[in-house]
Design a protein around this ligand. Sequence first.
Ligand code: NAD
Length: 434
Amino acid sequence: MNITIAGTGYVGLVTGVCLAELGHQVICSDIQEEKIAMLQSGRSPIYEPGVEDLLEKNVACGRLHFTTNSQYAYGNAEIIFIAVGTPEQQDGTANLAYVREVAHSIAQFMKNDVIVCTKSTVPVGTNDQISEIIHRHKPANLHAEVVANPEFLREGSAVVDFFYGDRIVIGTDCSKAAAIIEQIYLPLDIPIIKTDLKSAEMIKYAANAFLATKISFINEIAMICEKVGANIEEVTNGIGKDQRIGPYFLQAGIGYGGSCFPKDTKALVQLAGNNQHSFDLLKAVIEVNNRQASLPVSKAKEVIGSLKSKKVTLLGLSFKPNTDDVRQAASLSIIKELLKEGAIITAFDPIAMSNALQVLGNTIEYTQDIRHALLHADVAIIATEWEEIKQIPLDFFELYMKKPIVIDGRNCYSLKEIRKHRITYISIGRPIVT
Ligand code: NAD
């Protein structure tokens, strides 16, 4: 089929290259000239394992194209996936301006009947608005059907998630449109859930809110473990074996970040509030998460006192491993607090340093060399559980740091291994090792 993707970011690019891999003719469109120019030259503007190989292969066989020209993008499309951003606004609601803009462009440039499939995470009722915009402005002789098709990929494993996801949600009251979208996904052999529009929109928010709740819940238990001398890892192992609970998403740490959980939890609180329901549980989840990110700095101050002019090594900048995405990363709030305390920061990250540089500028030092990062440091803080960080030989902390003090916000190392070294080691929800 002729498919166009509106928005070539983490979701749009992955969807585009993967649909091309399934044999469709795909045009990925974006408003950012540099992004499209980079893609046209065969390079991916994002770090996402597997994307560049699929990009190269599908461009070479003529199935994948990139453009900033909306007329070219929407003119011949049979299916258009909307994958533009829906960032958080100051009041916590989702900014739908980009989604609306795409709806207007589709109506303006469509030349045949089209199915518009929304992958962007949008509050309940938004797809009705998209439909309304398109129907108001499109040529009268053409038909457009809007389908909610929320995206569940995880950055860092997005290509694998496309091909082996847990489920695909198709939300529409139009059985013909649902059948066409189902055909696209059928080769993947992933369970397909068909719902009405509003339930599909709600599924995405409910899923993210539930996952965020699991994280904040276990972080609360971790806080109590610290107070009473229990070990959160023993506890999660013990509760995770219960099939009603499951072992996933129970890692204690300095909280969730990224471009989805923080904004989607706030948007759901707002959506509930706009509909006369105070979502108290989710409000607490958000509050707990905000507190977690401030733990490393308070723990560091407890051990070494004032951080003024102290050298702090920050290990990990991305919001999670295997991505270059630093949006709402815990590292950013830690750095902000450290700078306020007057600390001097050297950061290491295997992939995300250039994105961090765009946000933080030269307020911190960046290095690809872990030894240099640790050299003469007063304290090291681990913000992301990259494999490169988990594999740091523990004697590096002893050899290079002024005093080996490690605040591990992601519980990267086993306490048994740590005890073989002379390291002061403070993690989350586990006994302190001195
Ligand atoms: P992103 O910021 O990486 O990409 C969005 C892209 O849309 C940008 O390149 C931007 O230039 C482009 N864009 C904006 N207006 C446009 C327009 N009028 N026409 C064409 N392109 C336009 O965002 P993302 O992380 O890919 O997220 C996209 C949506 O998917 C969001 O709603 C997000 O909540 C949702 N989502 C994201 C993830 C994730 O892990 N990133 C997972 C599931 C769902």
